[in-house]
Design a protein around this ligand. Structure first.
Ligand code: GDD
Length: 430
């Protein structure tokens, strides 16, 4: 059978268990790419966006999660929901770096002769106009091989990202530095690219170069010739050869590295539903509660008392129970949690099957993104300041935490299975 003309694919780099360290304790219980944000696993937002682009026929998730049952379960369910697209998980035997998996699975990517393929970092939150990026790649990058999606960030913060310099007229990338030590450019790499398949040939050359250069010790995973950095070993050489072009987005964008940034991503994706999926947003029913203020997602299996007040920026997960008089704002309540009568949850993530007793407060401090950030919103994931003091942040309860009645838990991180019997502030409860 003839392959369809102009067929595209997408690859999502989902990393592996040792990648989500800043996301603890939440990444103890679920692979970080499956953490639910605005009611959907983080990577489902990328899958959903891809499923709306006619050209994209297949999505490949590449990562090194050894126990992949949860990922497989997710894929089964995603296949049912987005049945116009093939979705597969391709596991790496070890962490192969951001581009090693692309090389390892080059045959799978090239199968069916795609014109081009998207590459997404799993842990970015964005509401990109993929259609525009497809057009940009076909027109502006016609003679190039890579389109890199970028956004503007404040000078100081830009250095935590890949920094790109472009020719403003042609949009050709003229310089790329990964996380530079001094300021290079306020244009940062969003972790979303389009590659032409020729990039896979380049990866073959890199692999052979590694084989020649490295002493390959079979017990030293860092020495594996297949371990390749997308940023340093693809982007840098392609800039030098004038084959990388810069697509700039002015849509909100952020990374999802820490629990605090998940709260911000939750807000961003909920607000996006106004345009894409307004049926997912809860509405006030005439003369019946609960009172919904701003953007709120409530899973259809959750039970919310009519006197509760929810929002803005709230996600209520599967089988959650919210009692009478409860107030929830700027928070994610994970599946199976119970929030008892008259409790208050602000700027917090409540873990799976956790229990908040009546008249309790679980409260954190909202991270205000830098108001000078033009489009990129940076949420620091740091837990401690330079003097080793805990930075006030959101409160996170891990799985199966019990908070006794009339307790205040403020700016604290609580590990799974803890029983909180007295109030706490600025603590990590181990
Ligand atoms: N499959 C696979 N294998 N994925 C990986 C591996 C690996 O060995 N290592 C990292 N990843 C995935 C992560 O899960 C994440 O989705 C993405 O690759 C990038 O992860 P990091 O290596 O942690 O990089 P970063 O997030 O600090 O910086 C990257 O993203 C920024 C945008 O968020 C760089 O590309 C920056 O230039 C960029 O600005």
């Amino acid at each position: 059978m003839k392959p369809p003309a102009n067929m595209w694919k997408a690859v999502i780099l989902i990393g592996g268990p040792e990648k989500g360290t800043r996301f603890r304790p939440l990444s103890f219980d679920v692979p970080k790419p499956l953490f639910p944000v605005a009611g959907l696993p983080m990577i489902q937002h990328h899958i959903e966006a891809c499923s709306k682009i006619d050209q994209i026929k297949e999505i490949l998730l590449i990562g090194f999660y050894p126990k992949s049952e949860e990922i497989e379960k997710f894929i089964q369910s995603a296949r049912k929901q987005y049945n116009n697209i093939i979705i597969r998980y391709l596991p790496e035997h070890t962490a192969l770096g951001t581009a090693g998996g692309l090389y390892h699975y080059r045959d799978q990517i090239e199968a069916g002769s795609p014109t081009a393929f998207f590459v997404f970092n799993a842990d970015v939150c964005c509401n990109l106009a993929l259609k525009d990026i497809v057009e940009f790649h076909q027109e502006t990058c016609a003679d190039g091989a890579i389109t890199i999606v970028t956004t503007e960030a404040p000078h100081q913060e830009s250095m935590s990202y890949g920094c790109v310099v472009e020719n403003a007229e042609t949009h050709e990338a003229t310089h790329y530095v990964e996380k530079p030590e001094t300021f290079v450019s306020s244009l940062i790499n969003c972790g979303v690219y389009v590659f032409k398949p020729e990039v896979l040939n380049h990866l073959g050359n890199i692999f052979r170069k590694h084989q020649n250069e490295r002493f390959i010790d079979m017990y030293d995973e860092d020495a594996a010739a297949e371990k390749i950095s997308l940023e340093k070993e693809i982007l840098v050489p392609y800039v030098s050869s004038g084959k990388m072009f810069v697509y700039k987005t002015t849509k909100p964008w952020s990374q999802i590295k820490s629990a605090a940034s998940a709260i911000f991503a939750n807000k961003l994706y909920l607000s996006n539903y106004h345009k894409t999926n307004s049926h997912r947003l809860a509405r006030n029913a005439p003369n019946a509660g609960p009172l919904i203020s701003g953007d709120v997602f409530i899973h259809e299996t959750a039970t919310v008392h009519s006197s509760a007040v929810l929002g803005p920026n709230v996600t209520i997960g599967e089988d959650v129970k919210i009692g009478p008089g409860v107030r929830v704002c700027n928070s994610i309540i994970l599946p199976g949690a119970v929030i008892e009568n008259h409790s208050c949850v602000l700027n917090a993530i409540i873990g799976w099957q956790s229990y908040v007793g009546e008249w309790s407060r679980v409260e954190g401090t909202a991270h205000q993104p830098n108001p000078n950030a033009p489009y990129a919103k940076m949420i620091s994931g740091a837990l401690f300041d330079d003097e080793g003091k805990l930075i006030p942040s959101i409160t996170v309860l891990g799985r199966k935490v019990t908070v006794a009645p009339e307790i205040v838990v403020r700016n604290s991180i609580v590990l799974p299975n803890k029983n909180i019997l007295k109030s706490s502030k600025n603590q990590i409860i181990l």
